[in-house]
Ligand binder design. Structure first.
Ligand code: AMP
Ligand code: ZN
Ligand code: FE
Ligand code: FE
Length: 278
């Protein structure tokens, strides 16, 4: 059993990278990937703990790609902190977030809400500051009734304090991953919200662009959905991979390795992926 999709406090999970590895080890995973959103800051600590415990570690990240109306996420595996085209793209996303956060603070101040960067840093800890942290601080300041109210009345798309964030096109992500010696895998493909024929066409396009694999055994998918995705992956020469999408207490239904209890990602998924490494 392995888990190729987990998040830590370095993006939007509740557990530290070290603890994610410990959870994977205690559950009996032979290998685990840390795939925080848009960043690699947890990789070093995670690897160190994995080495101590003797569990195989795969450094990764998850990139949100430009897509609508659904969401399209690409997991990148075997990517190391440091220099490279994929790392450059991640840096671009981070600096865009900083600009966006500054504008968001300014707008909320204009609206008479005394939110500050300090309060957000305090709220986010090691994580990248995003709208969930704004929402939490807005609640603390008494500016909104609830976390959800913060989105509904201010932060959601179309709201008075909404600013879009930067996304990278999937083909660019795939190409950048390649340039960094990494492999790109389409995450939770059903989140694109496509009908079967459209899904098939989209997967074919991404495979053509150099996608290495597709996440089929996903924590929140049914047995039928998982099998359907395995069949699609096979048809397009993609490695079938899988993972829980563990976020700790933020997605309390999902455990490392076992998802909702019925997840089982075979070790062969990682063996197959490894054969695709450039
Ligand atoms: P960001 O990456 O800063 O745009 O924040 C995205 C996160 O905000 C999502 O992962 C959700 O957790 C949260 N979020 C976005 N839209 C809503 C919404 N309408 N209601 C509640 N939470 C939302
Ligand atoms: Zn997440
Ligand atoms: Fe995702
Ligand atoms: Fe994820």
């Amino acid at each position: 059993m392995i888990d190729l999709h987990t998040h830590s406090t370095c993006s939007d999970g509740s557990e530290t990278p070290t603890h994610v590895i410990e959870l994977a080890h205690s559950t009996g995973c032979g290998a685990v990937a840390l795939t925080d959103h848009d960043g690699l800051s947890g990789i070093d600590a995670a690897r160190e703990r994995a080495d101590e415990l003797g569990i195989q570690f795969v450094p990764g990240c998850e990139v949100s790609c430009k897509y609508s109306p659904g969401t399209q996420h690409v997991l990148c595996y075997y990517v190391e902190p440091g220099e490279g085209p994929l790392q450059d793209q991640l840096e671009r996303l981070r600096s865009d977030r900083t600009t966006r956060n500054d504008r968001l603070i300014a707008r909320l101040n204009e609206l008479g809400i005394p939110i500050t960067e300090e309060l957000l840093v305090e709220e986010a800890g090691a994580a990248t500051i995003g709208r969930p942290h704004f929402a939490a601080v807005l609640v603390r300041l008494g500016a909104v009734q609830s976390y959800q109210d913060a989105f509904d009345s201010l932060l959601a798309k179309g709201g008075p304090a909404y600013f879009p964030k930067a996304f990278i096109d999937a083909p660019i992500t795939i190409e950048a991953a390649k340039g960094s010696g990494a492999l790109a895998v389409l995450a939770h493909p059903l989140s694109m919200g496509l009908e079967p024929t459209e899904l098939e066409r989209q997967v074919a396009e991404l495979a053509e662009a150099g996608l290495a694999g597709m996440e089929c055994w996903y924590g929140r998918y049914s047995a039928e959905e998982r099998q359907g995705l395995v069949d699609i992956a096979k048809r397009h020469g993609l490695v079938a991979t899988g993972g829980s999408d563990f976020h700790g207490s933020y997605k309390p239904d999902l455990s490392v390795g076992t998802g909702r209890g019925d997840l089982y990602v075979p070790d062969s998924a990682l063996d197959d992926l490894a054969t695709r490494r450039p």
